[in-house]
Design a protein around this ligand. Structure first.
Ligand code: SAM
Length: 377
């Protein structure tokens, strides 16, 4: 049951969602800030701004990412934060929390709290832009409901129709799975997925397969709505999967940065954040097994005679693999080359590394020598 009080206790699994958001914003703000006049962060289900133990809510985390950013002096463009909250008391609470930090907000940043719904607010704004024949400024839209209603794929598609829009959506899997056979819920799920195909999941007895089917369907719907890259990671409470966060972007760099943000929070690479009293967030060093990355690369490129390094980097940044570009050259390609699993033809004057112009041939997943020790990150 969603809380009824104005503020509520922070769940452990929420911490993962917040940490990934914070790491992503740390990378996103300067990248977007340097190349755009105005940048938006829209927290479409903003909440009251804090939890009952005093922990920060997503609006404050997002604002602090800008205020505390090491490179904030260099970001002279305009940042506009919009916080949408349907509940009157919660939006009022958020205003109060925000007003306490007014003196810290840089002059190129403004915020607005809208006491309304996601659907009403975004529909009105997108209609207005359509009449003006203009686009939404580059925007990261966080869609973080308690349940599944009021997050229609049709509206996400209108957001993603803009050239530089990204969405960070809580996909309430536990809820969806529980109500899959409840006929009074069908309309909500039709809206959520933007299709009736989710009904096929009712025939899938195996819990894992059912989940994979629904994830693939949602991911596919985000892609049909305009996202070129779709990633997700999962939030567990103990052993129970509570929800997954889906991220949709058109931008390869955005996809790479989001993967890096997720790896920082779930460093063993399983894209799971396990919250719970006995299984708390693990942020220490972790051993990463890059065998799967080798397989992804081999499967992608082994049928090609020679592939340019630029194509390999593009793949590493994309949603075609869960690994990211920072794990590519030193930790994966170099040992593969040493083992003879790849052959490299370098441009004139280059004897090592994988600079522009290097051509790679993928021969096997691992070569003849013993494979490397897992990498410590
Ligand atoms: C999961 S909480 C948000 C938590 C917040 N994003 C955070 O991470 O700190 C969902 C919030 O959305 C609000 N809400 C519910 N329906 C909404 C709607 N249709 N539009 C906007 N806000 C809504 C609820 O009142 C609640 O405060």
């Amino acid at each position: 049951m969603p809380p009824r009080t104005t503020i509520w206790e922070l769940d452990f699994h929420t911490i993962g969602k917040h940490l990934v958001l914070k790491h992503y914003l740390d990378a996103w703000l300067p990248i977007m800030g340097q190349s755009n006049r105005r940048v938006l962060f829209i927290d479409a289900f903003a909440g009251p701004g804090e939890y009952s133990g005093g922990e920060l809510g997503s609006p404050i985390i997002a604002l602090r990412a800008l205020i505390d950013h090491g490179a904030s002096q260099l970001m002279t463009n305009e940042f506009v934060y919009q916080f949408i909250e349907k509940d009157c008391q919660r939006s009022q609470h958020l205003r109060t929390v925000l007003s306490d930090m007014d003196h810290e907000i840089p002059s190129n940043c403004s915020y607005d709290v809208v006491n309304s719904t996601f659907t009403e607010t975004l529909t009105r704004e997108l209609d207005h832009l359509e009449r003006q024949r203009s686009n939404l400024d580059p925007a990261l839209v966080m869609i973080d409901p308690f349940g599944v209603s009021e997050t229609p794929m049709a509206l996400i598609a209108r957001i993603m129709a803009n050239p530089k829009a990204e969405v960070y959506v809580s996909f309430m899997y536990d809820f969806i799975n529980r109500f899959l056979n409840d006929h009074s819920f069908e309309n909500h799920l039709d809206d959520l997925f933007g299709t009736e195909c989710w009904r096929q999941a009712r025939q899938i007895g195996n819990a894992d397969q059912r989940k994979q089917f629904l994830y693939q369907l949602y991911s596919g719907q985000l892609k049909s709505s305009g996202a070129r890259q779709v990633l997700y990671f999962e939030m567990y409470q103990g052993s129970r999967l509570v929800y997954a966060i889906f991220f949709g972007t058109k931008n390869l760099e955005g996809s790479d940065r989001m993967k890096q943000a997720i790896w920082r929070v779930a460093p063993s690479g399983d894209y799971r954040f396990v919250g719970g009293f006995h299984n708390q967030l693990h942020l220490g060093p972790a051993f990463v097994n890059l065998e799967q990355f080798r397989e992804d690369l081999f499967n992608k490129f082994n049928s090609i005679q020679e592939v340019d390094i630029a194509e390999v980097v593009k793949f590493a940044k994309s949603d075609g693999t869960m690994f990211h570009s920072g794990q590519l050259k030193r930790d994966t390609l170099r040992p593969m080359e040493r083992e003879g699993a790849i052959r490299v033809r370098r441009p004139a004057g280059s004897t090592q590394g994988y600079r522009d112009g290097a051509k790679l041939q993928f021969l096997s997943v691992s070569g003849h020598t013993a494979s490397e020790q897992p990498t410590l990150i």
